[in-house]
Write a protein that binds this ligand. Structure first.
Ligand SMILES: [Zn+2]
Length: 475
């Protein structure tokens, strides 16, 4: 028996015009379809029809004819979740003891000596496994901030794009960079940085080879100097100019913790916000990671400029960085998305878990009414779409948007008694993972398991590579 309906008063008996042709796939009988569309419609006994990789109709009650059906009885159906910040290769050094008690700068300096060993093989395998982990948590679009390009390591960006294409996850790799090494006052070792001209030439090449600006694209490239403490000011300025010329997005770490603030003041003579402004980065082309430390005036300036922010709650907690002012940022107009951050700081990579953390931290910081499950769902979906410049295309379920969908079972002991509000239940109960994850109309997770048959082989290979990079392969 199906339990309670969606609780929200916006629930309507709504039916979009049904396509005259038979749909490829219909997801039907959902306890609730949370569309996260402009009206935030929540449809009891809802269905979603998919044709040609796009959502062709949405409604309630009797579903239209289709070639394939997924029964979502007792399930919540949401847009696929969007991960706006990650460093996939870092799952090779999870829970590595020398760094587990460090704050950001000490954590980074413990790990750089290991990460300099990455190559195309380890980047492919870590990306494949990391994206599989994300898909199991309902993620359908992920970014990756790949800022480490050791000399002679090969074309790492192409390697991770290959992994995403093989798995079928929508992917926004960023061509990251570092140009300020220890000898110049930065944090990274000398052999993982490159000079500015080399970085810019390779960035432009990566965009020409991989960036697809078309609607529904599976791969889009952004430019992403690692952080103000690992690149020159010249590179920040010229990267912003290049992104403008190529019409791609910009990404970097920003105002992550107190050390970050102190470095900016002592090195650049200003707070990170002013640095962002003077380097030409304060625009709606930019989304930043973390944004923990902005003051009230800076929040207003970020919102006015249309900057996006990737909120990474678990990482901010593990590194004792602080609690990002998500409620204030959203109120100021900042497009706040959700990020798992690298798997050596988070160390898990579940977007469901990050959504729950975002809800809990917002309650702690701004009161119980501020951090709701609906707010966290928005951050995890349309907020992420805003960060990536894809509102109306990903992150919501509406006719014409791409068919990226997550289906969550709300059954079993942990959901018993949660009969009144399926969206609050989704995050307050659990732990949970996606029952089905659909990207571009194609299931990549079914019944809680990855559809690909390669998982066991990839995990075995990942284990060998992780032991090698952590120098534990001979122990
Ligand atoms: Zn990061």
């Amino acid at each position: 028996m199906r339990a309670a309906n969606c609780s929200n008063s916006k629930t309507d008996r709504v039916s979009e015009p049904v396509s005259p042709t038979t749909a490829d796939l219909v997801i039907c009988h959902a306890r609730c379809v949370a569309t996260v569309d402009a009206q935030r419609r929540e449809l009891s006994n809802g269905w979603v029809a998919i044709t040609g990789g796009l959502i062709s109709a949405i409604g309630t009650g009797t579903p239209p004819a289709s070639n394939e059906t997924i029964d979502a009885t007792d399930c919540l159906v949401t847009p696929g979740l969007v991960n706006t910040h990650h460093h996939l290769y870092q799952n090779l050094t999870r829970a590595f003891p020398p760094m587990t008690d460090k704050a950001l700068f000490g954590w980074l300096q413990s790990l750089y000596p290991l990460w300099r060993a990455i190559d195309t093989e380890s980047v492919y395998v870590s990306a494949w496994v990391g994206l599989a982990e994300l898909a199991l948590s309902g993620c359908t679009t992920s970014t990756d901030h790949l800022y480490l390009h050791p000399r002679g390591a090969g074309d790492l960006l192409s390697a991770e794009i290959g992994a995403a294409l093989d798995l079928g996850v929508r992917f926004h790799p960023t061509r990251g960079s570092m140009s300020l090494s220890e000898k110049d006052g930065g944090l990274p070792p000398d052999d993982v940085v490159a000079d500015d001209d080399e970085i810019l030439a390779d960035s432009e090449s990566a965009v020409h080879r991989h960036h697809d600006p078309s609607f529904g694209a599976m791969t889009r490239v952004a430019l992403a100097p690692c952080s103000p403490f690992s690149v020159t000011e010249n590179l920040m300025v010229r990267t912003a100019e290049l992104a403008e010329r190529l019409d791609v997005r910009l990404h970097t770490h920003f105002a992550e913790n107190a050390e970050d603030d102190e470095f900016s003041i002592s090195t650049f003579g200003c707070r990170p916000m002013e640095y962002l402004e003077r380097t030409g980065w304060c625009s709606d082309r930019t989304w930043v990671a973390h944004c923990v430390m902005p003051d009230a005036d800076e929040i207003v300036r970020l919102g006015a400029a249309g900057v996006g922010a990737a909120h990474c709650p678990s990482s901010n907690l593990i590194l004792s960085s602080g609690i990002a002012p998500v409620v204030e940022l959203r109120a100021a107009g900042v497009k706040v998305g959700l990020g798992v951050d690298g798997s050596s700081s988070a160390d898990s990579a579940s977007l469901w878990l990050e959504a729950r953390q975002a809800m809990l931290l917002a309650k702690l910081r701004d009161g119980p009414g501020a951090g709701t499950a609906r707010m966290a769902l928005e951050v995890a979906t349309v907020g992420g779409a805003g960060c990536l410049g894809r509102e109306g295309e990903i992150g919501s379920l509406q006719v014409g948007s791409v068919a990226d969908v997550a289906i969550w079972s709300l059954t079993g002991p942990s959901f018993s008694g949660a009969v009144a509000d399926p969206i609050e239940a989704w995050l307050r109960c659990g732990p949970n993972a996606a029952r089905d994850t659909i990207v571009n109309g194609r299931a990549i997770v079914r019944d809680g398991a990855l559809v690909s048959s390669r998982l066991e082989d990839m995990l075995a290979e990942h284990d060998i590579l992780a032991r090698r990079i952590q120098r534990l392969d001979r122990v």
